[in-house]
Every structure is written in C-alpha cells, then in structure tokens.
Design a protein around this ligand. Structure first.
Ligand code: ADP
Ligand code: MG
Length: 350
C-alpha cells in the first residue's frame, strides 16, 4: 500500500521484487489453497458452500501516517479501510477482523480508544466483528496491523489474473483526490506556504482532505461485479493507477492501452491541479489510497454492466482496453501521442 513519506533507500530491497520472490518460494505448497501470495487477498476453501478471503495491512507511523496531520481516529479508519478495499477488490463480503498494535511511550488510553473508534466507524456498515489481535510496546512509532476475513461463494472471486485481450478497463469513482488531500495537509505543515494554501477554496480543500483521511472502500461495487460475473479481473487502487494496472497486466499476462483523457478527475482535484499548474492525471497515476477499484469487462457484458451501474448509482468510467502483452502498458496522452505509461506509483524502498 502507498505511504505519506518515502523511506531512505539504504538497501537494494524492492517491495514488489521481494513479493515476487516470496510468491515463487511459497506460492505452490501443494495444499488446497485457491489463491496464495500475489493478489489483493488470499483465498482458501472453508466448507462446500463457502470460501474464505483473507487480507492484512500494516500501517507504520512516519511511513503511512503522520500524527501531526492525521488523528488517531483517522489512522484507525484508514487501516480498516485499506483492508476492506482489498476484500472489495476480490468481491468478498467482509466478516471478521483482528487488530495488532505496537504502541510507543507517551500514548494514552484515549489515543487507543480513538484508533478503535476509527476502525469501528469503517467496519460498522459492513457488520465486521472484532475477534482478536495482539498488543505490544514499541521502541519508536506506532504500528497498526489489521487483518480482515471475508467470505464468498465457491468459484466467485475476482482475481488480478483474469484480464483478457480486448476487454475494457474500468475504474470506479474519481482518482487523484487522496493524493491532492495529502499534499494539502503536508503544505499546511510548512509555514511558508500556509498563507498560499489558504487561498485554495475551502470547499475543495475539505473534499480532498476528506478523501485522504476518510476514504471509502468500494465493497458494494466489488460484490456486485463479482456476483454478476461482469468483471473478469479486479484490483484496488492503493498505490496509484500506473502501478496497480501493471499488477493486473503482469498477473494476466497482457498489456494495456489507457486513454488519459478518460481518467475520471473530480472538480476539486482539477481545481487543486490548476492551482499548482500540474496535470491532475499525474495525481491519479502516482497517487495511491483513493481505494477505488480497477476492473476489466468483456465486450459482451459492457452495455448491461454500465446500465446496472447507473441504476445502482455506482460511478464507473471506462479508461482503456486490454492489449496483447507485447504491446506493453501504453497510454494515449492529452496531445494524442501513444507512449509507454511511466510507472510513478508508490513502492516501498524505491
Ligand atoms: P495490496 O497493496 O493489495 O495490499 P501488496 O502489494 O501489499 O497488496 O501485496 C501483494 C501480495 O503480496 C499479497 O498477496 C500479500 O499478501 C503478499 N505479501 C506482501 N508482503 C508479504 C510478506 N511480507 N510475506 C508474505 N506475503 C506478502
Ligand atoms: Mg490491494
């Protein structure tokens, strides 16, 4: 998942290379696992009428959050939402949660209560029940690990690996808002720019900061795409469109063509980008933690899927097409040129 700060690269460790090596070493162990390392969540059979979908995310202070700009409530909320979003990407129904905490000196019962208030706020609409966890002291910084367990009907899961050539690439909601919100919070810490960022309209500012501190995982949309069998693959946008699309392409052994003019940008994000003289699409490509879904749909399902989305009030946009692997991952830029899409997403250790 994406972060607020880039750690200094002291070693040549690379997040996704490490995950690939774990996948190679532990991916095939012969037991009846449906999905091990390599997707948004693991999938294991539980009984003849149910599969379990299991995901975990670790939030580390100074890497994933900054307590000068985020409350304990929002940290708890985002930790739970990151997990809900991974279950959404698999099309699962969230059920149970486990929470592990490492707490540094100086933190109070009230701080921990606020963390749990945030987690409860995120989980309550989905009826998730807390069933355990672990607690430790920490030498430096707060660590919060949430594990969520969801369920799905056997054979009904959205994997990253299902995209096929010719299918449409869709996303939910609008992209780039959370990154703009993060930048606004970071700007507000720097006294020199405080005056300037005050000029940015408060209504847009509240929308963008709200999208960073209190994102909404697309659990309903994920379950719908899964049950209807409209989507052939899905991933949640936690690291940035340019990198997350790459995971779908790698797992599905395909390429992609993205039309950057079609990437959905909110009026608030557009206003922020204009105020900074930057292209808002760059915020969508690089910025994680919008927790929207990216999914692929075969041509024969597209019209019905789009009609149902409208009826349910789900916001979706088609942003491109799956292409053969040797086409690579390319984009139609605003000037009409077609070039490789640079990977500007977040990656730990990079
Ligand atoms: P997401 O951003 O969707 O949470 P990640 O990029 O964090 O996904 O992880 C991708 C895959 O790698 C997942 O299957 C995850 O469980 C697995 N993974 C990540 N870190 C580790 C680790 N340290 N040990 C084993 N599996 C890991
Ligand atoms: Mg994910």
């Amino acid at each position: 998942m994406a972060c607020v700060a880039r750690p200094k690269a002291k070693r040549t460790l690379q997040e996704f290379a490490l995950i690939r090596s774990l996948q190679r070493r532990f991916g095939q162990d012969g037991s009846p696992i449906i999905q091990g390392i390599g997707d948004d969540a693991a999938v294991v059979p539980s009984h003849p009428h149910q599969w379990l979908v299991i995901t975990t995310d670790l939030l580390a202070e100074h890497i994933h959050f900054d307590l000068r700009t985020a409350s304990f409530e929002s940290v708890g909320y985002r930790a739970a939402m990151a997990n809900l979003s991974d279950l959404a990407a698999m099309g699962a129904t969230p059920r149970y949660g486990l929470v592990s905490l490492a707490i540094p000196k100086g933190r109070t019962q009230r701080d921990v209560d606020q963390l749990y208030r945030g987690m409860r706020k995120a989980c309550r609409p989905h009826g998730v029940r807390l069933i355990g966890g672990d607690t430790s002291a920490s030498q430096k910084g707060l660590f919060l690990n949430v594990t969520l367990i969801g369920t799905t009907a056997p054979g009904h899961v959205l994997f990253r690996r299902g995209a096929r050539i010719g299918e449409g690439i869709y996303v939910t909601g609008t992209l780039g808002d959370a990154r703009a919100g993060l930048y606004l919070l970071q700007e507000s810490l720097r006294t020199a720019t405080r005056q300037k960022s005050r000029l940015f309209p408060r209504s847009h500012r509240n929308v963008l900061i709200g999208r960073h501190l209190h994102p909404t995982a697309r659990v309903r949309e994920g379950r719908w795409l899964n049950r209807s069998r409209f989507a052939s693959s899905a991933i949640d946008l936690s690291d940035g469109l340019s990198g997350d699309l790459r995971h779908v392409c790698a797992e599905s052994n395909v390429g992609a063509l993205v039309e950057l003019d079609r990437v959905p940008i909110s009026p608030s994000c557009r206003a922020y980008a204009e105020s900074k003289h930057i292209d808002p699409v760059q915020l969508a490509l690089a910025g994680g933690e919008d927790y929207e879904l990216l999914f692929t749909v075969a041509s024969k399902h597209q019209a019905r899927m789009e009609r149902q989305a409208r009826n349910f009030g789900f916001h979706i946009a088609r942003i491109g097409t799956i292409r053969p692997r040797d086409h690579g991952i390319r984009a139609v830029f605003h000037d009409g040129s077609v070039r490789p899409l640079p990977n500007t997403s977040y990656e730990h250790f990079r």
